[in-house]
Design a binder for this molecule. Structure first.
Ligand code: BGC
Length: 760
């Protein structure tokens, strides 16, 4: 329906009808206005499957939803580094929604993995906003290509579950834009999600859902968001304030209380009726995007989507370690699959994203289906509580001893990782670590397969020969794991987050999840690899790491030599498959800024591509970078700023494994306005002939009252030339009055300041 028609429709609604539309009719529906023929629409969770609940709805996944397909959760999806693949997952989800009459599927969830302990990390993509942007964009484009909306969430800074409904995240403006807003910004600009879900928490003193600057000034006006904002379920604190800030739809139903509050606010003149009208227009605009394009022919094929889920999972499994080429396993060799998750896979997390999976493929089922012989199973541990089960362990040790290779399926149980609470430590259950140690005593050829949503400490990392990070890879993860283990699929996923050795190494460790209701993001922009890089700190597995069964060689990096802001920069590099297996390589492009006064990460991911190569083949991968590849967020101009200088374009296999690099000379166009004052320090005065002329009267005044000389006197020992120079650099103009021989007057300083400000 055209915007004008929607506006007319809203004009014909009564105030009661309009305020009613601003909150749900129940858990999952908006309100219909029967008098005007406006139907309700249904929304459902996401993000990695359709959780459509018909009766007895709840938002924590307790009650059953319809049977659906569970694709890899966000933590896995991002590791694919494959945009097309994630788009195909989005298309499947969109189709399912069309069949089920769901207008908006709630996701993707793009909060930054600030701490490895966040309970919902399994739903989130990455510690890196560029990767999160690209994967979210792919997901949204896929779903919305089926005329079904998405709800990118949780806007913003819902980076922990501890006190998630009230906690205040305190962060500086630059970190907010560069780290915590960036994935929302990128996805809004690139993929135009129909809706955005506001988070529960507060940021810098205010509930996000009540923050007009964020919702309206930044997201709507600056980024061009043209859908509606919906609250997270139960997130609204003050409905009238939220509505004025731009939060259009409150979910779920509000038992009529909110209708009354909004109506009264309009009647009392606290908000204008136009605020309500605008919210209704936005809600109906999105509703009709769906209602006008319901696809009655859409089909939902559970089996086909299960196969798709397996193919996607295969690209999300990261091969972390492969000593002595222990993998791939030879079909027919004697293998012991150990650990409960080989039989009952841990493939998704608890809470609102929990899918009632139609089909689940375990690794044991997959080997049977594939006719792979000589694989025995031993449960090894139970995951209902963290205690060693001696009988199970003994059985597993025996199986490991009798086999040629032991594959232990381990990971974090629901008990450790779920929506609603954060992990207390980064360790795996002790009983599982114990089992791994015991197996290692009898079987040196041990491989660990991990199911977890976020990094774990691995005390056995040097002892085991292989580590396969399977994440919470969706209902087909068992099959996909077998595909990787036996080489049916050549691993091609890369870590979307750093695995530190221990929790204490993580930059959020000191401030953690806060004291009381406040958490201080004191690590600033140094989240994930940005921190480890700068600290030159060894990590267990770096961001972007992942092995393959073949080898890729990089050559012929070609980079435009100059870049001017506003243009694009071309980069190309050749990749050759030097091994004897076909495979996919993830080519990563990082940009390293020049070292200048503004503190920046050593380098940041600004491009990636995934290419398939047959043995011996070479392909050229090209990247087109725009200004954002070089920019940082500059609070002084409240915008992204390209600083001129020499930047390095780095092609890498991970944030630590850098392969090729070239320098490009970058010219920024914007400038940061600078107002000179008597407190301007000498080093801030531009080194131009005009400025030098203006400050000439200060010549021969060293800012130290002449205290330094190089004559070897006691005075020169106390104040070296280096010290005097440094002191002068940071001496404000006004101090020259005190330190001069009387020849510099306050009036002279004012005159200099005035002349400097008059310079263009
Ligand atoms: C979660 C959201 C979810 C909503 C509806 C909330 O508790 O934070 O991610 O979409 O419930 O189930």
């Amino acid at each position: 329906m055209q915007r004008e028609k929607i506006q007319e429709l809203v004009k014909s609604m009564t105030l009661e009808e309009k305020v009613g539309l601003c909150s749900g009719s129940d858990f999952w529906h908006t309100k219909a206005v029967e008098r005007l023929g406006i139907p309700d629409i249904m929304v459902s969770d996401g993000p990695h499957g359709l959780r459509k609940q018909d009766d007895k709805a709840d938002h924590l996944g307790v009650n059953d939803s319809i049977k659906a397909v569970c694709f890899p959760t966000g933590c896995g999806a991002a590791t694919s580094f494959n945009r097309e693949l994630i788009t195909s997952m989005g298309e499947a989800l969109g189709n399912q929604c069309q069949v089920e009459g769901v207008s908006v599927i709630l996701g993707p969830a793009v909060n930054i993995k600030r701490s490895p302990l966040c309970g919902r990390n399994f739903e989130y993509y990455s510690e890196d906003p560029f990767l999160a942007t690209e994967i979210a964009t792919a997901h949204i484009k896929g779903v919305q290509s089926k005329n079904v909306g998405t709800s990118i969430k949780h806007f913003m800074a819902n980076n922990q579950e501890t006190r998630r409904m009230t906690v205040e995240a305190v962060m500086d403006e630059r970190s907010m834009h560069e780290i915590y807003l960036a994935a929302f910004e990128g996805a809004v600009r690139n993929a135009k999600p129909w809706t955005i879900m506001t988070s529960y928490n507060r940021v810098n003193g205010e509930y996000v859902g009540e923050n007009k600057e964020l919702l309206t000034d930044i997201v709507r006006d600056k980024w061009g968001f043209d859908g509606f904002f919906v609250s997270d379920w139960g997130a609204v604190n003050n409905r009238v304030r939220a509505l004025s800030a731009g939060l259009d739809l409150e979910m779920p139903a509000s038992a009529g209380y909110r209708d009354k509050q909004i109506k009264k606010a309009v009647e009392d003149g606290i908000i204008s009726e136009k605020v309500v009208d605008d919210a209704c227009i936005r809600i109906l605009d999105v509703a009709y995007r769906y209602l006008d394009s319901i696809d009655k022919n859409a089909v939902w094929d559970l089996d086909a989507d299960h196969k798709l889920a397996r193919a996607i999972a295969g690209e999300c499994i990261v091969l972390l370690k492969n000593e002595d080429d222990i993998l791939p396993l030879k079909k027919g060799s004697k293998v012991a699959f150990i650990g409960k998750y080989a039989d009952v896979p841990r493939y998704q997390g608890g809470g609102s994203s929990h899918i009632n999976s139609a089909l689940i493929t375990s690794a044991m089922k997959a080997v049977k289906d594939a006719g792979i012989e000589n694989v025995v199973y031993a449960k090894g541990f139970d995951d209902k509580e963290d205690i060693v089960n001696e009988a199970l362990e003994l059985e597993a040790i025996k199986a490991a001893k009798d086999a040629e290779v032991a594959v232990i399926f381990a990971g974090l149980p629901d008990l450790f990782e779920s929506e609603g609470f954060d992990r207390e430590h980064m360790r795996m259950p002790d009983c599982q670590n114990h089992l791994i140690d015991e197996v290692l005593k009898v079987q040196p050829n041990t491989i660990v397969v991990l199911h977890n949503g976020s990094p774990v400490e691995m005390p056995w990392v040097n002892e085991v020969k292989g580590i396969v990070e399977a994440y919470l890879g969706g209902e087909a993860v068992g099959g996909a794991t077998v595909d990787i283990l036996y080489g049916e699929v050549n691993p091609s996923a890369r870590l979307a987050e750093t695995f530190p050795y221990q929790l204490e190494d993580n930059p959020s460790y000191l401030s953690g999840f806060g004291s009381g209701n406040t958490v201080n993001y004191s690590e600033g922009i140094f989240v994930g690899y940005r921190y480890y890089d700068k600290k030159n700190m060894p990590v267990m597995f770096p961001f972007g790491h992942g092995l393959s069964y073949t080898e890729f060689e990089y050559s012929n990096l070609v980079v435009d030599k100059n870049y001017t802001e506003g243009d694009t920069l071309k980069v190309s590099v050749d990749i050759t498959n030097k091994g004897d297996r076909a495979g996919k390589e993830v080519v990563q492009l990082y940009v390293a800024p020049p070292k200048k006064e503004v503190i920046r990460p050593l380098k940041e991911l600004k491009g990636f591509d995934k290419v398939f190569l047959n043995p011996g083949d070479t392909k050229t991968v090209t990247f087109t970078l725009d200004r954002r590849a070089f920019a940082y967020y500059e609070p002084r101009i409240k915008d992204w700023f390209v600083d001129s200088g020499e930047y390095e374009i780095i092609i890498a296999k991970s944030s630590e494994n850098l392969v090729l690099a070239e320098t490009v000379s970058v010219e920024g166009k914007a400038s940061i306005p600078f107002v000179f004052s008597p407190n301007t320090v000498m080093s801030e005065i531009p080194n131009t002939p005009e400025a030098r002329e203006i400050i000439k009267p200060l010549d021969n005044q060293d800012g130290m009252g002449g205290a330094s000389s190089e004559d070897g006197s006691p005075a020169s020992e106390a104040i070296s030339k280096e010290m005097a120079d440094a002191m002068e650099r940071y001496t404000p103009l006004r101090a020259m009055i005190t330190f001069s021989d009387g020849s510099i007057s306050p009036e002279l300083i004012d005159e200099i300041v005035e002349k400097l400000n008059a310079l263009k």
